[in-house]
Unconditional design. Structure first.
Length: 532
């Protein structure tokens, strides 16, 4: 196996790990590929991509995620959203996992999260699988030689897919566990080979640590104008709303596609790569992402392929619809070299409204932005899940509830304060349905969405005439060049305006019912925004 680049702090005893047969430190991509293939973890695909199937777990296991309930964090964790584990149960789990690793090989990557040097977090990732080391090298940020030589990990992740937890012994729900211990600065992951657990564990960690420094952690994509990092924008949105597609505008510079922080000086990407969905990936619509599936050392997860030709099937979801490719940011030609941007001039909140009620774009006050941020609304449509026969609302607070260890209003207030302080313009963009609900209406034209976003980002939309929406109280433009006027007033797009009114009342009631849980924790201005 290729000699590693450098072996700093190579004594794993500092992390309490003893008895492994061999530890490989900071192997580069070719060596990790060589090891993974030699060990039978996957095989070489076209262009040198690494093809792997993750077995039973083809996505995250949010119900198996735990936070250790120690005195240090007792009063700051959102326990309604984070399952507790006792310190004793964690210690037993850790001891049993480390005993399981005795005599085995491990792969160690010393990496960091956070492109802003003053806010970075140094993380040591110890993995049982070589390809997990390859994956996390893409998704976190790689120290240079000098940084690596003096690297001292603050947090350690130990990932052991072959170890099965014992619910009776470890206090888990199943044999799968993702457990975060903030006091011991340790994260344990077992019985899942799904690589996304590694990156989301780090995101959850930062979501807890950064608010204490006055930094807003965000589940969003971000870009900026060419040659002007201060003209930046962030895009919040749940799956299916167009977060990745709309932020990957070739006329702007991509800062990152998933996780960012907002400090007093600007925004910064947490990651060093992307983890893109590949199901139905169109080479014409997204050529650069498509190209990464045939790029050396890209990790292609759970994609069905021809065993003889190795051609990938982008439409086959027989393993999972959550097929993915992981690759470094430098695989995208318009990616930022620094992964930094200024304070966002524009904040875009994306929603896919299958009820056909919301306008294609609306301007939000800071209080309205907090309301919609805490709501985190999108919708499931008929056919997406068994038993779903009509549009169903989905509310995921902060556009990422599974990764939020603190109470939602902590993040909401941070966002509200930063918007008010820096004067960022906020927009709610509906990429869902118009002219009726799903099954009757049609999907919002992408051409119109892009025209509206362009007008918002270049500042011209601020000068438009606006009307007040009677349902949600936000401002909606009356006319925008390149967009049919009728599209801007959803009620006019429906054949039966009375049916629209009934649908709108239904959606408003859904919002109100969901938001009731936050009312005790918010100020009067946001309460007023909540009732329109």
């Amino acid at each position: 196996m290729t000699t590693p680049r450098v072996n700093p702090n190579k004594n794993l005893e500092d992390q309490g790990i003893t008895g492994v047969s061999k530890a490989y430190y900071n192997l580069l991509e070719p060596a990790l590929m060589e090891a993974a293939i030699t060990r039978g973890e996957g095989h070489l695909g076209l262009g040198g991509a690494f093809l792997v199937a993750t077995g039973e777990h083809t996505g995250r296991s949010p119900k198996d995620k735990f936070v250790v309930r120690s005195a240090q964090v007792e009063d700051t964790i959102w326990w309604d959203n984070n399952a507790p584990m006792s310190p004793e149960q964690f210690d037993q789990l850790e001891a049993d996992m480390l005993a399981h690793l005795n005599g085995r090989e491990v792969f160690v990557q010393d990496l960091f999260a956070g492109a802003a040097p003053e806010h970075r977090l140094d993380v040591r990732v110890v993995t049982e699988l070589a390809w997990h080391g390859l994956f996390i090298r893409h998704l976190l940020r790689r120290p240079d030689m000098d940084e690596l030589a003096r690297f001292v990990p603050e947090y350690t992740i130990i990932n052991c897919p072959s170890f099965k937890a014992d619910p009776a012994r470890h206090g888990s729900r199943s044999e799968t566990v993702i457990a975060l211990n903030f006091e011991k600065k340790r994260i344990l992951i077992c019985n899942t080979a799904y690589a996304g657990e590694n990156k989301k564990a780090v995101f959850t960690l930062l979501n807890y640590l950064l608010p204490g420094k006055g930094i807003m952690p965000m589940h969003c994509s971000a870009n900026h104008a060419p040659g002007n990092p201060d003209d930046s924008a962030v895009f919040f949105g749940l799956s299916g709303t167009g977060k990745t597609t709309l932020s990957a505008d070739p006329s702007r510079v991509l800062i990152g596609d998933d996780e960012h922080g907002w400090s007093d000086t600007g925004i910064f990407n947490f990651e060093g790569g992307c983890y893109a969905k590949t199901i139905n990936l169109d080479p014409d619509a997204e050529p650069e992402i498509y190209a990464t599936t045939h790029r050396f050392a890209s990790v292609v997860e759970n994609m069905v392929h021809d065993p003889a030709t190795l051609e990938l099937d982008f439409e086959d979801d027989s393993l999972t619809a959550n097929t993915r490719v992981a690759y470094p940011l430098d695989a995208i030609s318009n990616a930022s070299k620094t992964s930094l941007g200024g304070v966002p001039k524009n904040i875009i909140m994306l929603t896919c409204d299958a009820f056909g009620v919301l306008p294609p774009i609306a301007r939000l006050t800071s209080a309205q932005a907090m309301y919609h941020f805490l709501s985190g609304f999108t919708s499931k449509v008929a056919g997406t899940e068994q038993g779903v026969t009509e549009p169903q609302p989905t509310f995921s607070t902060c556009f990422g509830a599974p990764f939020m260890p603190r109470r939602p209003e902590v993040y909401g207030k941070l966002l509200q304060e930063k918007i008010a302080r820096f004067g960022s313009d906020c927009w709610l963009v509906n990429t869902g349905w118009t002219g009726g609900a799903y099954g009757t209406g049609s999907r919002m034209p992408i051409k119109a969405t892009r025209a509206l976003l362009t007008a918002a980002l270049d500042g011209s939309l601020k000068g438009a005439e606006f009307r007040r929406d009677p349902n949600f109280g936000f401002d909606v433009p009356v006319a925008v060049p390149g967009v049919p006027d009728v599209l801007l007033d959803p009620r006019q797009t429906w054949a039966d305006p009375v049916a629209y009114d009934a649908q709108a009342a239904k959606l408003v009631a859904m919002f109100a019912e969901n938001f009731a849980q936050y009312v005790p924790y918010i100020d009067d201005e946001v309460k007023q925004a909540a009732i329109g």
